[in-house]
Structures are given as C-alpha cells and as structure tokens.
Design a protein around this ligand. Structure first.
Ligand code: FES
Length: 90
C-alpha cells in the first residue's frame, strides 16, 4: 500500500487516503488520533495506522488495535471518477 494523499482541511475534516497496491482498493480515514489528536502515520509493512504520540494502533477499518485510544478512527467511502479520488461519509 502507499499513501496517496493527506489533506488536513476538507469539508469532512482531515482525510488520509491510502491504496492497496494489488487490489487498487482505496482506504480513507480521518487521521486524527482519537486519544489526544495527533496525526497517525500509515505503517504499510504492518498494515496499520500508528500514532506517533502514544503508540495507539488502528486497523484499516479504523478499529483500535492497541490503546491508549479507545475510539475508532472515522472511515470514509472512496471511488475514482475521471482520475479524481472522491471521498464521502460512510
Ligand atoms: S495521541 Fe494518539 S495515542 Fe495519544
């Protein structure tokens, strides 16, 4: 997977989009950690979002895999239209 884009200001709030290279599937999340609001990093080798502040981990579905965060990352629907990535609320 690779990171396509991090946009910190959209009508949805911050959005981080990554792509699974084999399937071309796009994954979009709000990258603001639900613990104390640091921006999570994408860890491709581990297939997780990792918070650099206190090491919370989140799955690609936004579920908490390692605390201290206890709330999900928000996820968004994605699709590609005319070479543009469209991101909408789920
Ligand atoms: S701000 Fe992310 S784990 Fe604390």
């Amino acid at each position: 997977m690779k990171i396509l884009k991090l946009k910190e200001k959209t009508s949805l709030g911050a959005v981080l989009v990554i792509r699974k290279s084999k399937s071309q599937k796009l994954i979009a999340v709000n990258p603001i950690c639900t613990h104390l609001r640091c921006i999570v990093d994408w860890e491709a080798e581990e297939n997780i979002f990792l918070c650099p502040c206190h090491a919370s981990e989140f799955t690609t579905e936004g579920k908490v895999q390692n605390e201290p965060a206890t709330k999900l990352l928000s996820t968004y629907k994605t699709k590609i239209e005319k070479n543009t990535v469209m991101v909408t609320r789920t």
